[in-house]
Design a protein. Structure first.
Length: 273
């Protein structure tokens, strides 16, 4: 007579917990060799360890129970290769998705850390390298700062269409008019900064000299920081030569009190001749 194993013994040999063995029985993945009709105890054979090994291996590879059930019914080297090729493609896509999420998380960490490090309202000038930005659709001609939340869905939809992870800090892109040498009085588009080497080049923010200003404020009050920046420029012989970028280093994700949001504005500048 074939020796049978109690469920606890089979669990120890197979590496599948008792609870999972019961679940796999109910799901039609791995039935016990025998069930005691009086007490309901499950018994397994040594031969069933081969199927258990298949199940463990496929589960470790991330296969669904349905895939495993179908494969166990018709097992072959060719079917294994087809199954694993498909799983490899699926895993590669999952890795790409996780890398995009990681890039977004890292970007958020950098913004928040910068906001904490700055820690106060200040103005400074520095040389900056070029950056890859994603610009969303044009904002309405009658756009007001109070309309911000209503316009965000179209920006997020554009991000999804281009495979860009949702969750990056969203800023406002203010265009420079070289014919009049002034900035527009309202944002033209929303934008987000993209991690280096992770996305195609969309809009390259030029390298160069930028003036930066920070201020604690909410989303609807940016004018006062612009005025401070312009006064600093007059005092230090600077003039605008490029676009402006408004973004909140600390926003609702990291701060409950809207008055403690940290706005940062950067504008490309050059020395007056």
């Amino acid at each position: 007579m074939e020796k049978l194993l109690k469920i606890s013994e089979f669990a120890a040999l197979s590496g599948i917990s008792r609870q999972l063995l019961i679940y796999y029985d109910n799901q039609g993945i791995l039935h016990p060799k025998q069930v005691d009709q009086e007490n309901g105890y499950r018994y397994y054979s040594y031969r069933q360890l081969t199927n258990a090994s298949v199940i463990v291996s496929l589960r470790q590879a991330g296969m669904s129970l349905e895939c495993i059930r179908n494969y166990l019914a018709e097992r072959s080297p060719e079917k294994l290769m087809a199954l694993f090729h498909e799983q490899e493609r699926s895993l590669e896509e999952q890795i790409r998705k996780l890398e995009r999420i990681k890039g977004m998380v890292r970007s958020r960490l950098q913004h928040t850390e910068l906001g904490i490090t700055i820690g106060s309202e200040k103005i400074w000038v520095e040389e900056c390298p070029e950056e890859n930005l994603f610009l969303g659709p044009d904002l309405p001609d009658n756009f007001q700062l109070s309309d911000g939340w209503d316009c965000l869905p179209s920006f997020y939809n554009a991000c999804i269409e281009h495979g860009i992870q949702i969750g990056f800090t969203v800023g406002s892109f203010v265009e420079y008019d070289p014919s009049r040498a002034v900035l527009s009085d309202k944002p033209a588009k929303y934008f987000c900064r993209l991690p280096q080497n992770q996305y195609p080049a969309y809009y390259i923010k030029p390298a160069g000299r930028y003036i930066f200003g920070t201020q604690f404020t909410d989303y609807e009050h940016t004018d006062s920081l612009y005025q401070k920046i312009f006064r600093y420029m007059d005092e230090h012989g600077l003039k605008i030569c490029g676009n402006a970028y408004e973004e909140f280093l600390i926003d609702e994700i990291g701060e409950k009190n809207t008055g403690n949001y940290m706005l940062q504005i950067s504008i490309q500048v050059e020395t007056m001749q």
